[in-house]
Design a protein around this ligand. Structure first.
Ligand SMILES: Cc1cc2nc3c(=O)[nH]c(=O)nc-3n(C[C@H](O)[C@H](O)[C@H](O)COP(=O)(O)OP(=O)(O)OC[C@H]3O[C@@H](n4cnc5c(N)ncnc54)[C@H](O)[C@@H]3O)c2cc1C
Length: 366
């Protein structure tokens, strides 16, 4: 397994549960080598099903935050347009911090940290050789690439690389909001706050421990920041405030009070990304089907990891046939989600902000 993200760790954990040996090769030097990122909402029939297959559903339920499913939508002038809260028993899409999910999945797994893979070469008859950043090589029966958007495993199967969507994100965050920014804590509430303008949107999401992530998303050429020093928080903040000029002051405070900013352009793979099957190597998760971040990517990666592991562990047959069948199923399901999320992104960052509201009403009727 190349990659210890949600997909890779779920695959490894389900195999481990069935007593199958698995090696996880992860480039990061350790679990806390970099900030884990924002929350993930795990859907009932997807991420939660995968955790069930790993025997971890009860622990997930104890850690996750169903109240974080709440969604408040404001107009750019600050008027509340929607204020949706989940019912007391609503566990359709509870949120969990990525770090908590990673630790839950890691459990007894013996991950090989600091083992960056540079390429994977399929064997002439079966299996594959993995080449590492330190120049070493190792052979495996099956290499599963769950190494994300810029996968080093993918070139063994497909020449396709992600392309820019035309929409970029600048991320900032606020700590200890309940005591340091009580006004913004109230504005964001228990879950997410979204404000949709013309070709731009601002989303703030409450994570656990009083941490709020703020995402400013807008249509722009990839080099929109030419002449702007992205490492200078004052310069980035002031450029964002110009971009979102005229929006309600409390909303802009989410950007004004951010102290560090990260630029994350949105890239995707083609909607129907498939490849000619190659024995000994496969992909899952973002490596196979990077799509807009609309709540499906981690869910798919985890479900694929769990399903592939389960069929390897339980199907008494040819490993290659098992992988081939897995790929067919993954392509069909991921293709459907890629279409949904691509259309969704177009409506959420649109020249007509009413489209975003209409999409919310379609997905979450009150
Ligand atoms: C802002 C944002 C919000 C999102 N919210 C949600 C959500 O609510 N729900 C949801 O389902 N999805 C969400 N997503 C999408 C989700 O984050 C991804 O789809 C998911 O992380 C994919 O999991 P993965 O395991 O395939 O890959 P990744 O999470 O990218 O993990 C890949 C792993 O491989 C490792 N790796 C990379 N290259 C190498 C290498 N060469 N050698 C060894 N290891 C390597 C990386 O260090 C990493 O640990 C969101 C995405 C974004 C950007």
């Amino acid at each position: 397994m190349v990659g210890g993200g949600p997909g890779g760790l779920t695959f490894a954990r389900v195999l481990h549960r069935h007593g199958h040996p698995v090696t996880v090769l992860e480039r990061d030097r350790g679990p806390d080598a970099r900030p884990p990122g924002g929350m993930l909402d795990l859907h009932e029939g997807m991420g939660q099903l995968a955790l069930d297959k790993a025997g971890l559903l009860a622990e997930f339920e104890a850690l996750s935050r169903p109240e974080a499913q709440a969604m408040r939508i404001l107009d750019v002038d600050g008027t509340v347009l929607r204020d949706w809260r989940p019912g007391p028993d609503d566990r359709a899409n509870p949120e969990i911090d990525r770090g908590q999910l990673r630790d839950l999945l890691l459990g007894p797994l013996d991950v090989q940290w600091g083992r960056g893979v540079t390429r994977v070469v399929p064997g002439t008859r079966d299996g594959a050789r993995v080449h590492f950043e330190d120049g070493r090589q190792e052979a495996f029966d099956l290499v599963v690439g769950a190494d994300g958007a810029w996968s080093r495993t993918r070139p063994a199967l497909s020449p396709v690389t992600p392309h820019y969507t035309g929409i970029t994100t600048v991320e900032t965050s606020l700590d200890d909001v309940d005591t340091r920014h009580p006004d913004l804590a109230r504005l964001v509430g228990d879950g997410s706050l979204a404000v949709y303008g013309v070709n731009r949107k601002l989303v703030a999401q409450r994570n656990s421990g009083g941490h709020v992530k703020v995402y400013a998303q807008f249509r722009a050429p990839l080099d929109w920041h030419a002449g702007l020093d992205l490492a200078d928080p004052d310069a980035v903040r002031s450029s964002l405030l110009t971009l979102f000029d005229g929006w309600a002051s409390p909303v802009l405070d989410l950007l004004r009070r951010g102290t560090a900013f990260a630029h994350r352009p949105l890239h995707v793979l083609p909607v129907a990304h498939t490849w000619t099957h190659v024995p000994g190597v496969t992909l899952l998760g973002d490596a196979a089907h990077l799509m807009p971040p609309l709540g499906a990517g981690a869910n798919l990666a985890m479900l694929e990891g769990a399903e592939l592991a389960e069929s390897i562990a339980t199907v008494q047959g040819d490993l290659d046939e098992t992988v081939r069948a897995f790929e067919e199923g993954m392509w069909a399901r991921a293709g459907r989600w890629a279409k949904i999320t691509t259309a969704g992104l177009e409506r959420l960052v649109s020249s007509d902000p009413a489209e975003a509201l209409a999409l919310f009403d379609q997905v979450q009727p009150s």
